[in-house]
Design a binder for this molecule. Structure first.
Ligand code: NAD
Length: 487
C-alpha cells in the first residue's frame, strides 16, 4: 500500500540504536479509522540481533549494584514524567482510550512502575538459617537470569510494558521487549529517553511486530530463558507449547471474566459509580473489568434502574475531548467481536437495557469511521451463555439476580477464569467469608482497582500462572541459589 510521507514510521531499538526494518505493518488510529503509523514487521532476524545485543550487555549491567540501577530507573521515571502530556496524547491516539484516562492512569502508572521498582530493589533480604549441630549456616543468593523476553498487549500499552521492563532491569537482567503491534508508539518514544537516563546500550531492546512473527521468534529463542507475557489465554497456551522444549520460565498474566457481587446491604451510592467504572473504564478493555454483576434479589430492580440510568450518562466520542468517558475500541475486528456478543445475548432471549442496538450514538464528524460503541447493559442472561462465560473485553456488562451467599459463590466461580472479583457488602464477616472462597487472584471489597504494588498480582485458573509485585517480580526475574558453609 502506498503511503504519504506524513505517516509516523517507527524503528526497532537494538543495542542502543534505532534500526529501520525491511517491512512494515499499518497501524490505525481507532478513533478515525485512518492509518497513521507504520510499525516494523520484525521477524527472526531482528529478534536475533536484539537478543545478541541484550546478551552482550548482560555482564556489565548485571554486575552493577542495585543502587546504581535504581538511580537509572529513577532518572528514566523523571524523563517520562517530564514528557507526560506527549506520552498521554500518543497513547490516546494509538489506542483509542480517552486522553483523561491516559493522563491520569496509563502514563502516571508507567512512571510509577520505574519509581516503585527503583525503590523496592533496594529492600530485598535473602534467607539464612543455621544448623548448629552440623556446624553449618545456609543462605540464599539471588542473581539475575539473563535476557528476559517481555511481551505485552494493547489495552494498557506503556503501563503494562513498563510493569515488566522495570522489575526485569532493576534485578540486573537485560531485555528484549515486544509491545503489541497495534500500540507500539509509546514504547518507541520511551526508547528515545533511555540513553539520557543512563541505560547502557543493549540493556533495553525493543522489537516491534506481530505476535506470530516477532513474538514467536522471541519465545523460541534459545538464549532467552524467561518470558513474561500479558495477553490472552489462547496466546499463552501457544507460548507454553513453543517454550516447552527450552524449559523456559514463564509468567503469564491472562484474561478474566470478573464478577462483582452486590449484597442487599451494599452502599449503592459507592457501589453504583464504582461498578460503572469497573465495567466501562478504558472502554471495558482492562483485564480487571467487571463483566458479570450478581445483585441480591431484594435490591435487584433498584440497582438495575439506577445502574442503567447512570450508564446512559457516559459520554462516548472523540478520545481527545476531556469530557468524553468512553473512547474508541482498539480495532474494527475487535468492535465487531464485542458487538457479536450483544447480538448473541439478544438471540438467546436476554434483555439489552441500554447501549448497543437500543440507544443511538452521535459521533463528531471526524470520528464517523472510528470504532465506537455505547456502554451496554444486558440483563436476564443465563449463566451458561457465552456472554457470562467468555471474556468480551469491551463496554458490555451483564447483570443477574441471586438469592443466597452460597449460591452466588458457586455461580461466580463457575467460569474458567479467576482473575479479579469485587464484593459489595457492609457485613465484615460476610466480606471475609466470600473473599476467602472466591476463585480469584484478586478480591476487592467495597472498591475496585485499588492496588498496592508490593502485593502479588495475578490470576488463578485460565487467568494466569505466577504473580507479579515487589517480591513476586523479584523472585521471577532472579535465580535463587542455596549455599551451605561449614565452619
Ligand atoms: P494477545 O494474546 O492477542 O496479544 C498479546 C501480545 O502477545 C501481543 O504483543 C501479541 O503480538 C503477542 N502475541 C500474539 N501471538 C503470539 C505468539 N504466538 N507468540 C508470542 N507472542 C504473541 O492479547 P491482546 O488481544 O493484545 O490483549 C488482550 C488480552 O490481554 C485480554 O485477554 C486481556 O484480559 C489480557 N490482559 C491481561 C492482563 C493481566 O494482567 N492479567 C492485563 C491486560 C490484558
Amino acid at each position: 500500500m502506498a503511503h504519504s510521507k506524513a505517516l509516523l514510521e517507527l524503528e526497532n531499538f537494538i543495542g542502543g540504536k534505532f534500526v529501520p526494518c525491511s517491512s512494515y505493518i499499518d497501524s490505525y488510529n481507532p478513533s478515525t479509522g485512518d492509518v497513521y503509523c507504520r510499525v516494523p514487521d520484525s521477524g527472526k532476524e531482528e529478534v536475533e540481533a536484539a537478543v545478541k545485543a541484550a546478551k552482550d550487555a548482560f555482564p556489565i549491567w548485571s554486575s552493577k549494584s542495585p543502587l546504581e540501577r535504581s538511580q537509572i530507573l529513577n532518572k528514566l521515571a523523571d524523563l517520562i514524567e517530564h514528557d507526560l502530556e506527549a506520552f498521554a496524547q500518543a497513547e490516546s491516539k494509538d489506542q483509542g482510550k480517552t486522553i483523561t484516562f491516559a493522563r491520569t492512569v496509563d502514563i502516571p502508572r508507567a512512571v510509577y512502575n520505574f519509581r516503585f521498582f527503583a525503590s523496592s530493589i533496594l529492600h530485598h533480604v535473602t534467607e539464612c538459617t543455621e544448623m548448629a549441630t552440623m556446624g553449618c549456616v545456609h543462605y540464599t543468593l539471588r542473581a539475575p537470569v539473563g535476557v528476559a523476553g517481555l511481551i505485552s498487549p494493547w489495552n494498557l500499552p506503556l503501563y503494562l510494558l513498563t510493569w515488566k521492563i522495570a522489575p526485569a532491569i532493576a534485578c540486573g537482567n537485560t531485555v528484549v521487549a515486544k509491545p503489541s503491534e497495534m500500540t507500539s508508539v509509546t514504547a518507541w518514544m520511551m526508547c528515545k529517553l533511555l540513553e539520557k537516563a543512563g541505560v547502557p546500550q543493549g540493556v533495553v531492546n525493543v522489537v516491534f511486530g506481530t505476535g506470530a512473527k516477532a513474538g514467536e521468534a522471541l519465545v523460541c529463542h534459545p538464549d532467552v530463558p524467561l518470558i513474561s507475557f500479558t495477553g490472552s489465554t489462547l496466546t499463552a497456551q501457544r507460548i507454553m507449547e513453543k517454550s516447552a522444549p527450552h524449559c523456559k520460565r514463564l509468567s503469564l498474566e491472562l484474561g478474566g471474566k470478573n464478577p462483582a457481587i452486590v449484597f442487599d446491604d451494599a452502599d449503592l451510592t459507592q457501589c453504583i459509580p464504582t461498578t460503572l467504572r469497573s465495567s466501562f473504564a478504558n472502554q471495558g478493555e482492562i483485564c480487571l473489568c467487571t463483566s458479570r454483576i450478581f445483585v441480591q434479589r431484594g435490591i435487584y430492580s433498584e440497582f438495575l434502574k439506577r445502574f442503567v440510568a447512570e450508564a446512559k450518562k457516559w459520554k462516548v466520542g472523540n478520545p481527545s475531548d476531556p469530557t468524553v468517558n468512553v473512547g474508541a475500541l482498539i480495532s474494527k475486528e475487535h468492535l465487531e467481536k464485542v458487538r457479536s456478543y450483544v447480538k448473541k445475548a439478544r438471540a438467546e432471549g436476554a434483555r439489552v437495557l441500554c447501549g448497543e442496538g437500543v440507544d443511538s450514538l452521535a459521533l463528531p464528524a471526524g470520528n464517523q469511521k472510528g470504532y465506537f460503541m455505547l456502554p451496554t447493559v444486558i440483563a436476564e442472561v443465563k449463566d451458561e451463555s457465552c456472554c457470562m462465560q467468555e471474556e468480551i473485553f469491551g463496554p458490555v456488562t451483564c447483570v443477574v439476580a441471586f438469592d443466597t451467599e452460597e449460591e452466588v459463590i458457586e455461580r461466580a466461580n463457575s467460569v474458567k477464569y479467576g482473575l479479579a472479583a469485587t464484593v459489595w457488602s457492609s457485613n465484615v464477616g460476610r466480606v471475609h467469608r466470600v473473599a476467602q472462597r472466591l476463585q480469584s487472584g484478586l478480591v476487592w471489597t467495597n472498591c475496585w482497582l485499588v492496588r498496592d504494588l508490593n502485593l502479588p498480582f495475578g490470576g488463578m485458573k485460565a487467568s494466569g500462572i505466577g504473580r507479579e509485585g515487589a517480591k513476586d517480580s523479584y523472585e521471577f526475574f532472579t535465580e535463587v541459589k542455596t549455599i551451605t558453609i561449614k565452619h
